[in-house]
Write a protein that binds this ligand. Structure first.
Ligand SMILES: Cc1ncc(COP(=O)(O)O)c(C=O)c1O
Length: 449
C-alpha cells in the first residue's frame, strides 16, 4: 500500500474508533442524538502535508503564509490548532476576524478578503496590520483614504479575477467572466487600470486571485495562478522595481467526496503550479495560500442516531437526526454535494450485512430533507447510527436553523492504545439559547408596539 493509502486507512480506523468511543462514552445518546467529531491527528497531518508540499517547490527562505480560509470551519479551537501547526487565517467578515483573533492568530498572519468590506472593517484591519486585498476600484478608493489618514503595517493588494472559466459547481466558480469577485482582468481596459493603480500606489505590494473551489479542474486553477503571476511580473516591469513582492494564490483545492483518498494532494497541486509558473517559486515572491476545504473536510464526521426506520412505496427509509441543519448544501443540492454515509450499529461498530437500497433522512419537516437518497447500505435498524463523512468543512460548522433544530456539539478526538479521548470544540446548543436567539427576551415587543 502507498504511504497515502496507509494514512487514509489510519484515518478510517481512527474514525471508526472515535464513533465507537462516542457511543460508549455517551457523547451520542437517545437524548443527544447528533454530534460532530473532528480528527485532531488528521488535521495536524493535513497542515504538515501543506507545508511540505510548498517547501518542496519553493526556493529556501521564501516567505510562505498558509492562511486557513476560516469560512470552511469557523471554530476557534480549530483555528488555534492550526495556529499551532503554523497556519494563519484568511477571513471574510468581522465575525471571522473576531474568531481568528480569539484563536490568537496574529494580525500579521491574517488576510482579509471579503467583497463587501465596510469603511469600519477596513479601518479595523488597517489599524491591526491585517493584510487586505481590495476587491474593486471603489474599495481601493476607500483604502486610499484610509492610508492617507493613518499609517498602517497592513500589506495591501488587489484581488483580480483572471476569468479563466468556471468549474462543475457554478456557485463556487469565482473566475467566470461575470463573477462578482475581484477586478475582472480580461475586461476592456482592466489590465491597464491595474498596472496604473500599482504605479500610482507604491504601497500596493500584493496581488491576489482565488479562481474557485470544489468542482474546479486543477488545470483552470493552475492557469488562474499563472496569469496572476504574469500580471505581477508585468506590474513590476512597468514600475521598474520589485513592487509586488507577494502573490496570494487563494485556496480551492477540491476534495474527493467519493472515497477516503486524499486526492488531489497538496503536493500534486504545488508541483503543477511550479511547472506552470516556475518564476513564482524561485524566491523573488512571497506566497500566501488560502486553503479551506482541503485542510479540514476529511477530518470531520457527523454522527447521528437512527430514530426510526420505515418503508414507503417499497423504499426503506431510516429517519435520523442529521439532515439539513448540518448538511445544508447536500440537502438542497444533492447532485453537487453528495456525501458518503457509513452505517454503524447501536454500539457504534461498523454495521455489516447485505446492501439494501434505502433513504437516509434527516429530522426536518420537509420531504427533501435527505442525507442520501436510494443509497445501498447494510439495512439500518432503529437505534443504529449513521455517519456523514468528509463533513469537516462547510457542513456542521455552518448550522442552518430550520425547525429550530439545535446546533450539535462538536468534539475533537485523539487516541492511543489507552483509548479515545474527546475535547469539547463547541457545546451543543441548549433550548434556552434557541429561545434567546429567536427573540425570547423580546417576546412582547410586537404586541406592545
Ligand atoms: C477568497 C477565498 N479564499 C479561499 C477560499 C477557500 O476555498 P476552499 O475552501 O475551496 O479552499 C475561498 C472560498 O470561498 C475564498 O473565497
Amino acid at each position: 500500500m502507498s504511504s497515502a493509502g496507509t494514512s487514509d486507512a489510519a484515518r478510517v480506523s481512527r474514525r471508526d474508533d472515535a464513533v465507537r468511543a462516542a457511543v460508549e462514552q455517551g457523547l451520542i445518546a437517545p437524548d443527544r442524538p447528533v454530534v460532530a467529531l473532528l480528527d485532531v491527528a488528521g488535521i495536524r497531518a493535513s497542515a504538515a502535508a501543506l507545508h511540505a508540499a510548498f517547501d518542496a517547490v519553493t526556493a529556501p527562505g521564501t516567505p510562505v503564509l498558509h492562511a486557513f480560509a476560516v469560512k470552511a470551519t469557523p471554530l476557534v479551537p480549530v483555528l488555534r490548532l492550526l495556529r499551532e501547526e503554523g497556519v494563519g487565517a484568511e477571513v471574510a467578515s468581522p465575525g471571522e476576524l473576531a474568531l481568528a483573533r480569539a484563536a490568537g492568530i496574529p494580525p500579521g498572519r491574517t488576510v482579509l478578503d471579503s467583497p463587501a468590506k465596510t469603511p469600519a472593517e477596513l479601518r479595523e484591519a488597517l489599524a491591526l496590520g491585517v493584510a487586505v486585498n481590495a476587491d474593486s476600484p471603489q474599495e481601493l478608493d476607500r483604502i486610499d483614504a484610509a492610508v492617507r489618514s493613518a499609517a498602517t503595517a497592513s500589506p495591501l493588494g488587489i484581488r483580480v479575477n483572471p476569468q479563466v472559466g468556471g468549474g462543475s459547481i457554478e456557485a463556487l466558480s469565482t473566475a467566470t467572466a461575470t463573477s462578482k469577485f475581484g477586478v475582472a482582468l480580461r475586461d476592456e481596459g482592466a489590465r491597464a487600470w491595474i498596472v496604473r493603480a500599482y504605479a500610482d500606489r507604491p504601497w500596493l505590494t500584493r496581488l491576489h486571485a482565488h479562481s474557485g473551489s470544489q468542482g474546479m479542474p486543477l488545470a483552470l486553477m493552475t492557469r488562474g495562478v499563472a496569469e496572476t503571476y504574469a500580471l505581477a511580473e508585468e506590474i513590476n516591469r512597468h514600475v521598474g522595481r520589485h513592487q509586488v513582492d507577494t502573490v496570494d494564490i487563494g485556496g480551492g483545492l477540491p476534495v474527493d467526496f467519493t472515497s477516503d483518498a486524499v486526492e488531489p494532494t497538496f503536493a500534486r497541486y504545488a508541483r503543477l503550479l511550479a511547472e506552470a509558473a516556475p518564476g513564482l517559486f524561485h524566491g523573488r515572491y512571497g506566497l500566501v495560500t488560502e486553503f479551506g476545504r482541503s485542510l479540514l473536510a476529511k477530518h470531520g464526521t457527523v454522527l447521528a442516531r437512527v430514530e426510526y426506520t420505515k418503508s414507503a412505496g417499497g423504499r426503506a427509509v431510516a429517519v435520523t437526526h442529521a439532515g439539513v441543519q448540518v448538511a445544508t448544501r447536500t440537502v438542497y443540492a444533492p447532485g453537487s454535494w453528495p456525501l458518503r454515509i457509513a452505517a454503524y450499529d447501536a454500539k457504534g461498530r461498523p454495521r455489516t450485512g447485505p446492501d439494501v437500497v434505502q433513504d437516509v433522512a434527516g429530522p426536518a419537516c420537509f420531504a427533501g430533507d435527505l442525507l442520501a437518497e436510494g443509497r445501498a447500505l447494510p439495512l439500518l435498524e432503529q437505534g443504529d447510527h449513521v455517519a456523514a463523512l468528509d463533513t469537516g468543512a462547510y457542513y456542521f460548522a455552518h448550522h442552518y436553523a430550520y425547525n429550530s433544530l439545535a446546533r450539535p456539539g462538536v468534539y475533537g478526538y485523539a487516541g492511543d492504545a489507552a483509548g479515545v479521548r474527546f475535547a469539547v470544540v463547541r457545546e451543543p446548543q441548549t433550548l434556552d439559547e434557541i429561545v434567546t436567539e429567536s427573540g425570547g427576551p423580546h417576546a412582547g415587543s410586537l404586541t406592545g408596539l
